[in-house]
Design a protein around this ligand. Sequence first.
Ligand code: DC
Length: 227
Amino acid sequence: MVRLVITIDGPAASGKSTVARLLAAKLNATFLDTGAMYRAATLAAMLDGADLTNQQRILEVIDETVFEFKATPNGMLVRIDGVDATAQIRDPKVTANARCIACLVPARERLVDMQRRFAQAYERIVTEGRDQGTVAFPEANVKFYLTADLNERARRRQAELKAKGVIQTDDEIRQAILKRDQSDENRAVGPLKLADDAVIVDTTGLSVNEVVEKLVDCVKQKCSVKP
Ligand code: DC
């Protein structure tokens, strides 16, 4: 039974995943990486060979596929029909195609359902995405909105990709981030937007630990639940 829900929303490469994982560890909570769910649905459609503009087929794939998500200290473990897909869902092709799923209303509804079901199994949840405070968990105890300027976000994405051996130019990364911002902000369902009661945290120039400390302080102030 979930008792503490902290949501972290924000644009691509604003540092949400890293911060959410560390915050979850500090609060003894489970980290829910909802982007991994969108990525898993996207990869499942790609593996099926589905035309990503064929909405009906995408929904069939989501309904026919067995997705497993397991929180681990290193992030979310993802299995698609029993096969580990944790690394594959981070492929830039999946990143680029995820837009097709994220814009699809019934797909979002299914994924929000998955997120709520996942959360029900745990007492404390730190969840990260685009619509967690606004759509998936509007009753969350504390809602954060993380931002960072474009240069900083591009730098972070570059470092992340390099660590995985993926080569992209700075310009390609910048363009991809801008494209995703636009798609995240403008879709009709579950768009990236600020919840009225969200705490905005600009992470530009802050270390990961500084951001996490800020968030922990805020949770301590706002919640009666002891971290
Ligand atoms: O955070 P991420 O890069 O792993 O997200 C992957 C894709 O899923 C990206 O296109 C945004 C989308 N997404 C979404 O629409 N809603 C969420 N709650 C999480 C991710």
